[in-house]
Design a protein around this ligand. Sequence first.
Ligand SMILES: Cc1cc2nc3c(=O)[nH]c(=O)nc-3n(C[C@H](O)[C@H](O)[C@H](O)COP(=O)(O)OP(=O)(O)OC[C@H]3O[C@@H](n4cnc5c(N)ncnc54)[C@H](O)[C@@H]3O)c2cc1C
Length: 442
Amino acid sequence: MNETKKMNETNETSEANEANEASETLASTRNACDPVAIIGFGIAGYNAATGLRMQGYKGTIDVFSTNDMCPYSPIMTSYYASGNASYQDCFPWDQDKIDRLELTVHDLCPVQQIDASSHSIHTPKGTFPYSKCIVASGSAPACLPFAAECAYGPLVLRTMQDAQTLHDALAEEGCKRVLISGASMVAVKMLEAVLRTGKQATLVGRQSRILSRSAFPEAAERFERCVLAQGAELLLNNSIEHMSAIEDAAHPFGRILRVKFSNGEEREFDLVLVAHGMKSNLGFLDKGIDCQEGILVDEFMRSSNPDIYAAGDVAQAREIVSGERKVVGIFKNAALQGQCAGRAVAAELAGMAPDARFAYQGSLMSNTITCNDALFLSAGACTVPDNGHLETDVDEEITVVRLFEGDRLIGFNISCDHDQPGGRAYELSGMLTRQIREDASR
Ligand SMILES: Cc1cc2nc3c(=O)[nH]c(=O)nc-3n(C[C@H](O)[C@H](O)[C@H](O)COP(=O)(O)OP(=O)(O)OC[C@H]3O[C@@H](n4cnc5c(N)ncnc54)[C@H](O)[C@@H]3O)c2cc1C
């Protein structure tokens, strides 16, 4: 992709005016003609650029990207790794579509620091001024303490590089035994990828059920039965305590991985994959911006700093069931938040208040998880509140668990033995999702 070098200079800082409120100081140093900066060129970043242009912003948009490719979808990485999607399938937008946005994309240019007081962004390629900045840097796999002293770094799944590494490892015939640590959505996607390549797949999870953060026991249990029927091995209530790489010149990877589990058992594997959750990429942020697990934002994705916005896996926006601000890391939220942030920035730079019609309506956690033929769908809350109760219906094909708080539906799970696109499970999921939204608004 093209890179247009921008002037490597920062704005002049304001005259000494220390008694002023921080926001007044910021306003005085900002030059509205400076580019809008977008940090991160993923789903949220791309949609932020779209929102800016849709709202009529004609100025320069500087996009800072860690890589040199079009925005990719992490959702597709497991399908590519197993050979069930092409490399190209991982890129939702082609170069022509991106070119029409007239962006100045700074490839291989990770942001190292935002300096809010001087309205500047520091990167290895220089310092860039901004008028408004949209942080859309996503999240990264959480760290893995058990592997600290092992020369082998377990594989994770987030970037296209991760997907390529897993793809190549699974394509190796001598790779036969694969261990997946974790039992979340990403772990199940990894499990599906391994099963699809015909390898022996073992999943180890600390909890007594898979998908324990989103599934109620009866729905999880049905999903587990389907996964076991596909030949997977589940080691639950268990975890990796230690892992070592034993050199073996005859092995295609030059080593075997010896794993000690918390139940005392020791086993050997050819590959260890890890999915221990995601953490928002916030390391470069100015200390003055209010953050918890993500950047706290309002309904226009504005942070506590008037010129810094956030969208996607890095943003902690209102969640509709609890009414609290949460990071809800799913594709749809990233897209909607990105567009909302872009529109709001464009309006404010044009001297107007953001249009209430384009305010962010709030996040709703939802999952669509398959493991070959097995299907799990969920939305909303997944812990039972004090005045809550569960209602469960089971038939020969499907288990439905509804979570109520008083008479309000606040969450559900559907486990289905056969994934039929457009089938009964999807229809019911759509209906229950609408009901959660309606109940949340009353
Ligand atoms: C394996 C996997 C499967 C998933 N499956 C689903 C699914 O089925 N359905 C669903 O809804 N969601 C799914 N998700 C979640 C979904 O992919 C994310 O919620 C979504 O990608 C978030 O978009 P984003 O733009 O915030 O982050 P990303 O798409 O990750 O983009 C952020 C970009 O910012 C870049 N960046 C990071 N730091 C910097 C920096 N300092 N400077 C510049 N750039 C930076 C990153 O490299 C990245 O390119 C899945 C995620 C994974 C990992």
